[in-house]
Design a protein around this ligand. Structure first.
Ligand code: APR
Length: 281
């Protein structure tokens, strides 16, 4: 339950201009997707220096294909089952009411779009899309195709060569129609997620800065704020004169440097914020 001073702060922050959200894995925890660094998180069981880098993953695939397939199965398992939760829906309602001008997300789970948000900046890509490595054309990889792919990988986990040919089927060359909207440069498609050590998509970064430049409040939801460059955005917002608040189950790496931390679950606090603002969810 929000305290009186928190309700007043919500009114001050959310009714005096455009609000932008920056979200992390914590907003999707209540949809059943474990956070990366929390209990049961992917990085608790898999070393990110290996499994979050292209070189590391390629080497696991070559040397221990079964381990690679297990990782892909675990990676997609929760993503494929997840549905938007009340926190995602609250952001969509805030956008519809004109209070939120956009959400910048580090998540790759597509849940903001599925909740109905229209302006979504994806800093780390989207696990439900493949992208041409040459011309950057992006094409949706539907859940049904991912299920098919994961099942085929599981049946061929003993063979490096078979796994490569399965990937070639789901990530073909640009111009070989995937769902009708491909580019035509013959580059190879790959999953459209940003691995450790890779550059963030330039266009998305530019959109994120543009949104922050025009906002009065940046609200960070469910991010530990330890991964850069995303974690630099709250301090950039402060330099530009915006208020920065966060909604998190625990303190983040930047809690001491921002204006206010709402402590609790995003799926509880965000619907309460809608109530204070008298917006229907
Ligand atoms: N509501 C709000 N916050 C929550 C909730 C919840 N229900 N549950 C957990 N949290 C908070 C945690 O307290 C933590 O601060 O969510 C945060 C999750 O932190 P991380 O797992 O580090 O996720 P994130 O900040 O999104 O990670 C950034 O790291 O590995 C990479 O590329 C990956 O995009 C990811 C990036």
């Amino acid at each position: 339950m929000l305290k009186k001073k928190e309700k007043d702060l919500v009114k001050r922050c959310f009714l005096d201009g455009k609000v932008v959200f920056l979200t992390g894995a914590g907003i999707s925890l209540e949809s059943g997707i474990p956070t990366f660094r929390g209990k049961g998180g992917l990085w608790e069981r898999y070393d990110p220096d290996t499994y979050a880098t292209i070189e590391g993953l390629a080497s696991v695939l070559r040397r221990t294909p079964r381990k690679f397939v297990r990782f892909v199965e675990e990676f997609y398992e929760a993503l494929l089952q997840a549905k938007p939760n009340p926190a995602h829906l609250a952001l969509a309602a805030l956008e519809k009411s004109g209070i939120m001008s956009g959400v910048i997300t580090q998540n790759i789970d597509n849940l903001h779009q599925r909740a109905g948000c229209r302006t979504v900046v994806e800093l780390h890509g989207n696990a439900f899309r493949v992208r041409c490595q040459r011309c950057a054309t992006g094409i949706p990889l539907e859940a049904q195709r991912i299920r098919e792919m994961v099942s085929l990988l599981g049946k061929n986990a003993h063979s490096y060569r078979s796994l490569l040919s399965i990937f070639a089927r789901y990530c073909p060359r640009c111009g070989v129609a995937l769902s009708g909207a491909a580019g035509n440069c013959a580059g190879r498609f790959r999953i459209d997620v940003v691995f450790f050590g890779e550059m963030l998509p330039e266009q998305e970064v530019a959109r994120a800065y543009a949104l922050i430049d025009r906002c009065r409040t940046l609200a960070v939801v469910g991010s530990s704020l330890v991964v850069y460059p995303a974690a630099s955005l709250p301090l950039y917002a402060k330099q530009r004169g915006a208020r920065v608040i966060e909604i998190n189950a625990e303190p983040s790496a930047l809690s001491a440097q921002i204006d206010y931390s709402f402590t609790g679950k995003a799926g509880v606090i965000l619907p309460e914020i809608l109530d204070v603002l008298k917006i229907a969810g």
